[in-house]
Design a protein around this ligand. Sequence first.
Ligand code: URA
Length: 192
Amino acid sequence: MNNNRKKLKHLAMSWKSCADCDLSIGRTNVVFYRGNPDAKIIVMGEAPGRDEDEQGEPFVGQAGKVLDSFLFSSGLNPKKDVFIMNVVGCRPPNNRQPKREETKACSSRTNYMIELVDPKVILLLGATAAKLADVLSIGPWRGKPVEVELKKTYRAVITYHPSFYLRQGKSKEVERKMLSDIRVARAIGRDK
Ligand code: URA
């Protein structure tokens, strides 16, 4: 097992019993990541839904199917080329957006995972993830270079959340924009 995988396994064990915010009350599993801990691209979602809470892995439900298919269409293998995670590790009740204090309570885990993977680019899916780049409105910023400032500054690209695409009735226009944004992230991931 490589070093990053080992460290993530330790993190998973220590966070299993996390009670740093109220989301711990209703969860079945703390949801960590899937994909490659040595990938050049992190894909950042919002929070686990019901399927993810049950299975303990991010993006394993309907939104995950869309995400994987868009990644494949953009030339990225979800198992090898990306590290997929969420801003918060536990499912909010009724899939509401995580509250600011919940995001804050999870930020040491989120930041640690980003710093461990040390990607070339972070693909931010939707409004909650976009806040990591201090962006409050996706429309004007999607597909453009933004930054996530932690100990180090990470390049990032914002796109719509796959759930938005589903809510928009699988709009071709949203799909086209998401594929274009994912390709921007892929190109940055390949930069020397
Ligand atoms: N939506 C997210 O943001 N993350 C998941 O893991 C699933 C759905």
